[in-house]
Design a protein around this ligand. Structure first.
Ligand SMILES: Nc1ncnc2c1ncn2[C@@H]1O[C@H](COP(=O)(O)OP(=O)(O)O)[C@@H](O)[C@H]1O
Ligand SMILES: [Mg+2]
Length: 276
């Protein structure tokens, strides 16, 4: 469990806090989306979750370990894997496979286990065929996949994806997310998906919406996405399915108000249509 307790954080030299009095619990195995407009504090919150930043006020506990406690940081970072939007800062080695192996070698794992984990991680992100290529000769999207593979190979309990698939095209983005969710089902990995795409956020079990460093909304997608006005005031648009559902209800169709994903909408429409 990750516990964020009354956290306020200000960057040095700034007067307005980037995050103000944030409290939040992330359970093992949970799929949480964090969304919000640019500058609302999403990346700052991400960096607080694994101790890259320490709270000014309040505290962050990862499975009981305090990120303010220097001696716990190595353990905390092993538990909380983080993939950022800009992969260049995360790639270190001369080849794709060495890059994935890098963190594992630092853990002192036996070579056979390293090989097995590297192969499995490259399989997940579909980079196995490029394993001998230098990372700097990959496309932006491929670099993002490689950064993800490096983190997955470490087998974290919590995976924080901070706009980590932003450079991928929509189909690849969906594929990678589905693979990550498969790992979640198989291994109980918690997924914290930071995205400004509401359609993506709607796939989570729970959505947290940040606005100007504060929690604007939190709850299941079906509830959060009904708050169209609040979201619009934060510069966010509800997913197309939600807007469509509202339009269809206003036109007199008897659709439930809690439809968020395309699948849910399709099923509900089919049910209505097949009643005739
Ligand atoms: N290194 C930094 N130094 C000073 N201010 C920063 C720094 N990084 C982010 N900020 C500010 O903190 C706020 C939150 O930023 P950030 O967490 O990056 O938001 P988001 O990820 O939602 O776009 C913004 O006002 C941003 O300008
Ligand atoms: Mg950000």
């Amino acid at each position: 469990m990750i516990e964020v307790q009354g956290v306020t954080f200000s960057y040095p030299g700034t007067t307005v806090p980037a995050l103000e009095n944030i409290s939040l619990i992330i359970k093992p195995g949970e799929f949480l989306a964090i969304t919000g407009p640019n500058g609302s504090g999403k990346s700052t919150l991400a960096r607080l979750l694994n101790g890259l930043l320490r709270p000014g006020e309040g505290r962050v506990l990862v499975d009981g370990l305090d990120t303010g406690d220097e001696a716990s940081l190595v353990d905390i970072r092993r538990r909380v894997g983080m993939v950022f939007q800009d992969p260049d800062n995360q790639l270190v080695a001369a080849t794709v496979e060495d890059d994935v192996a890098f963190g594992l070698e630092n853990l002192g794992l036996p070579p056979a286990e390293i090989r097995q984990r590297v192969a499995a991680a490259l399989e997940v992100v579909e980079l196995a065929n490029l394993r001998t290529r230098p990372p700097h000769r990959l496309s932006g999207g491929q670099k993002q996949r490689l950064a993800l593979a490096g983190v997955l190979a470490m087998e974290p309990r919590y995976l924080v994806l901070d706009e980590a698939t932003a450079m991928l095209d929509p189909v690849a983005r969906e594929e990678i997310l589905q693979k990550v969710l498969e790992l979640r089902r198989e291994k109980g990995l918690a997924v914290i998906l930071i995205t400004h795409l509401m359609e993506e956020a709607a796939l989570a079990e729970r959505v947290l919406v940040l606005k100007a460093g504060q929690i604007l909304l939190a709850g299941p997608p079906a509830e959060v996405m009904q708050q169209e006005e609040k979201l619009a005031a934060a510069g966010l648009k509800v997913p197309v399915t939600v807007a469509l559902g509202k339009g269809l209800r206003q036109a007199g169709l008897k659709l439930p108000a809690n439809l968020v994903t395309v699948e849910e909408m399709a099923r509900a429409l089919w049910k209505l249509a097949s009643r005739k």
